[in-house]
Ligand binder design. Structure first.
Ligand SMILES: Cc1cc2nc3c(=O)[nH]c(=O)nc-3n(C[C@H](O)[C@H](O)[C@H](O)COP(=O)(O)OP(=O)(O)OC[C@H]3O[C@@H](n4cnc5c(N)ncnc54)[C@H](O)[C@@H]3O)c2cc1C
Length: 370
């Protein structure tokens, strides 16, 4: 006998946890997570940055519409701040004029700084590296763990059920309901939400739904000791406008990445040592920092559809199959507004007005664009 729910969400990363928390307000919702704990894959491996000028247009809209949630979360959602302000500096390195044009065209609230002003905020900037520098004062560090746990707590408080070690192995549609077979049992529901991250197309194929061509891309992050450099904790997030490297303080050390985006199959990602070495080399080229060893590193998968925008909505050919994938490198900073929007769409409602006011164009996220 199958246990029956209204909605089964596959995947307990930030996407699955946040939409499920909204849906559980009025529906019986089950989350199935294949790992033995939620957040094991991409959600647990991000750089935890809030950058409202970063991403394709729908992600800009979701991120900007999420700001309020991060700074003023609902009572009881969290016992600490979700967002701690940390400004960002964008450096135009030699030959990156076109990237500056793009940044200025889509960005808002950016302020150009002189080299002297830039060095006041980031004293280790190497003289002559930055042709131009832009300050984004509206960025910050997100507490991903608090955000994720907040949604899971809300989900459970609303009667939702989460099963770990419960991979959706077989997905059938014998009649008008979905039947999902997992090591934890057999479950039925009218609606299936595919929030499987890098495995989004794998889950679709299991359900007999045509994959949309999602591409997981590996990104590697290294953490370096920065002993002897005063004031590191208050350094801004720093990057070049061409996104060939970025760095920011982390627990008294500094994280650095070459912003690698290597296409790979879905798997338990690990850091690419070569990519980290490149990131460190670019950081040393841009700053006066000397890096002698790596403290630790990790890798994660950022998953993209072919146009770089997220895929949110019911599959146009298969009844009751809802896509919630392709959040790329912006799935945390956008989660509050993105999940509210996705939950409204599952319930057959319009996207929330504030998200549309922030610039969301529905056609840019629907799966029928492929
Ligand atoms: C290095 C790096 C840096 C990043 N930095 C940022 C940043 O600064 N800011 C930002 O906003 N975003 C950032 N991101 C992106 C962000 O982390 C992702 O967009 C987000 O975590 C995606 O969440 P998700 O829930 O879709 O995926 P995941 O967290 O991967 O969750 C998907 C879940 O589905 C489960 N699953 C898969 N198949 C099945 C199945 N058959 N049955 C059951 N469960 C299944 C998986 O186990 C997994 O837990 C970064 C990503 C990386 C890798």
């Amino acid at each position: 006998m199958a246990d029956t729910f209204d909605i089964i969400v596959i995947g307990a990363g930030i996407a699955g946890a946040s939409i499920a928390a909204h849906l559980a307000e009025t529906k019986r919702v089950l989350i199935l997570e294949m790992e033995d704990r939620p957040g094991f894959h991409t959600t647990g491996r991000s750089a935890a940055t809030f950058e409202p000028n970063y991403g394709p247009p729908p992600m800009l809209a979701f991120t900007r519409a999420s700001n309020m949630f991060f700074t003023n979360p609902p009572q009881g959602f969290t016992d600490g701040p979700l967002l701690v302000p940390r400004s960002s500096l964008f450096f135009e390195a030699e030959g990156q004029e076109n990237f500056t044009k793009n940044l200025l065209a889509s960005g808002s609230g950016l302020e150009e700084l002189s080299e002297v002003q830039a060095r006041k905020l980031f004293p280790i900037l190497r003289e002559g590296y930055a042709k131009r520098t832009f300050l984004d004062p509206h960025t910050g560090d997100l507490d991903v763990d608090l955000l994720h746990r907040g949604y899971l707590k809300l989900f459970k408080a609303r009667g939702g059920q989460l099963l770990n070690s419960a991979a959706a192995e077989t997905i059938l549609r014998p009649g008008h309901v979905w039947e999902v077979i997992s090591p934890q049992g057999i479950f039925e529901a009218e609606f299936l939400v595919n929030a499987a991250g890098a495995w989004g197309d794998v889950v679709a194929a299991k359900a007999g739904v045509k994959p949309i061509g999602l591409q997981p891309k590996r990104r590697s992050i290294g953490v370096i000791p920065v002993d002897g450099i005063p004031g590191v904790a208050s350094f801004p997030m720093v990057t070049d406008v061409g996104e060939t490297w970025y760095a920011k303080p982390q627990s008294g050390k500094m994280m650095v990445s070459s912003a690698d985006a290597t296409p790979v199959d879905p798997h338990d990602a690990y850091a690419d040592d070569m990519a980290i070495a490149e990131g460190i080399e670019r950081l040393m080229n841009a700053t006066t920092i000397e890096v002698n060893h790596l403290d630790h590193s990790w890798g994660g998968l950022r998953t993209f559809a072919s146009d770089g925008a997220p895929v949110i909505g019911f599959d146009p050919h298969t009844e009751g199959f809802f896509w919630l994938v392709g959040q790329g490198g912006y799935g945390i900073q956008s989660a509050p507004a993105l999940s509210r929007t996705a939950a409204a769409m599952v319930l057959g409602e319009k996207p929330p007005q504030d998200v549309r006011d922030a610039g969301l164009v529905l056609a840019e996220i629907l799966p029928d664009r492929f």
